[in-house]
Design a protein around this ligand. Structure first.
Ligand code: FES
Ligand code: FE
Length: 422
């Protein structure tokens, strides 16, 4: 393991004063900081694993990662959720090479050891060749010690003493609850992911999720393109972004949101279908409640889970200068086909791999990483709205749409975890 950067070095990287909030470019650079992020953040706190709908049936599994550790999430025969290290206890081969599927058991491709989806070792070929007293019971796949779910979102933690999931979620819980209400009493089902990668630090993508400052600039040409298609769903939302009405929020737990001021209608679909959906929401939650539910909302659950109205994105750090992003369209179970088709269209055309917005952002992240490669450039600034935020008693800070309030919440949490005792 890399040498640990001492707390005073970490603390100095996030410099908060009354007139300025600065982050050292060193925080985005180099394998040392990255290794410490894995140890102090990704292996210490809760990390999103999958949506419950991806492992609905016994035997269902999905491959993912916690930090850079490969993990399989499974639905056991008994119905429980398990998270297992994707490494064979014989000689360490990757036991599951598929992205997702359903199986009775995992059979290691190297020498054929087999394991139940709960991780239990069930077979060793020709095991009579092992010595008397060879202990099989400690050769089960290694479990991620803590697994918990909230609102269909499954999280795991390598820290057995991690705080309860709901405490960790803190201020983000209310946003998850509102996002769940968009199903109008049903549940979400995630579709297959789109994946993209960029040569840049994972925190560039994290900081961008709720950045209301950039759309009118980096996405200007995209807006001009879709402006030609007046009336389409994408067009309405993009205009809302340019108008810069709404709020940003940062929470002491490190989470943050961006909310557009105007309720987002499901504009690209048949008006009768849209009206029926909106009426259903009004019946369930009242006029004001429905408007709140329909407000365009995008938020980050610290450190790397993004929730948009119509999709979930997972920011997967690969190295200090390499990141992969998995974007999962969210379908509503039992909703009208047009509603789900519109959701899929949004994922494909706007925020997915080939989406009109993602391409702009990725270009900036890679360029930013270039600039940050030089140590001659020492600080970046996240001061927009600093000192102008409304501070609530529970520590929530509310800014206007283009303020950098959520980014500051992210960095305060980053600093606290990175500088904490190992
Ligand atoms: Fe898996 Fe040998 S490494 S059976
Ligand atoms: Fe963007």
């Amino acid at each position: 393991m890399n040498a640990r950067l001492p707390p005073h070095t970490i603390t100095k990287m996030v410099d908060e004063q009354a007139h300025e909030f600065r982050v050292a470019t060193a925080a985005y650079r180099g394998p040392e900081v990255f290794a410490q992020e894995m140890e102090q953040i990704f292996y210490k706190t809760w990390i999103y694993l999958c949506h419950e709908s991806e492992i609905a049936k016994p035997g269902d599994f999905k491959s993912t990662q916690i930090g850079t550790r490969p993990v399989i999430v499974t639905r056991g025969r008994e119905g429980g959720i398990h998270a297992l290290l994707n490494a064979c206890t014989h000689r360490g081969a990757t036991i599951c090479r598929e992205e997702k599927g359903n199986t009775r058991a995992f059979v290691c491709p190297y020498h054929g050891w087999s394991f139940r989806t709960s991780g239990e070792l069930i077979g060793i070929p020709d095991d009579a060749r092992y010595p008397e007293g060879f202990n099989k019971s400690d050769k089960n796949l290694k479990s991620v010690p803590r697994v918990a779910a909230y609102g269909g979102l499954v999280f795991g933690s390598f820290n057995p003493d991690v705080e309860p999931l709901e405490t960790f979620l803190g201020g983000a819980k209310q946003h998850i609850d509102l996002w769940l209400k968009r199903t109008a009493g049903s549940t979400y089902r995630v579709a297959t992911s789109h994946k993209y990668g960029f040569d840049g630090n994972w925190k560039f993508q994290a900081e961008n999720v709720y950045d209301g400052y950039h759309p009118g600039f980096v996405h200007r040409s995209a807006f001009n393109t879709v402006r030609k298609f007046e009336g389409s769903f994408e067009n309405r939302e993009l205009h809302a972004a340019v108008r810069q009405q709404g709020y940003t929020r940062g929470y002491p737990e490190g989470h943050g949101t961006l909310e557009a001021g105007a309720p987002l209608e499901s504009g690209g679909i048949d008006p009768a279908v849209r009206d029926a959906y909106n009426t259903q929401l009004k019946t369930l939650y009242g006029e004001d409640g429905a408007a709140e539910v329909l407000t365009n909302r995008q938020f980050l659950i610290f450190p790397n889970l993004t929730i948009f109205d119509f999709n979930i994105r997972v920011i997967q750090p690969i190295a200090h200068d390499r990141t992969e992003v998995y974007s999962y369209p969210l379908m509503i179970d039992g909703a009208h086909d047009e509603i789900n088709a519109n959701r899929m269209l949004d994922a494909q055309t706007r925020v997915g791999t080939a989406g009109i917005l993602s391409a702009d952002d990725i270009d900036v992240f890679a360029g930013g990483q270039n600039a940050l490669r030089t140590e001659a450039f020492e600080w970046i600034t996240l001061s927009r709205g600093l000192g102008k935020e409304e501070v609530k008693p529970d520590g929530e800070r509310v800014g206007v749409y283009s303020d950098e309030a959520p980014q500051r919440a992210f960095w305060r949490k980053w600093r606290a975890l990175m500088a904490a005792a190992a």
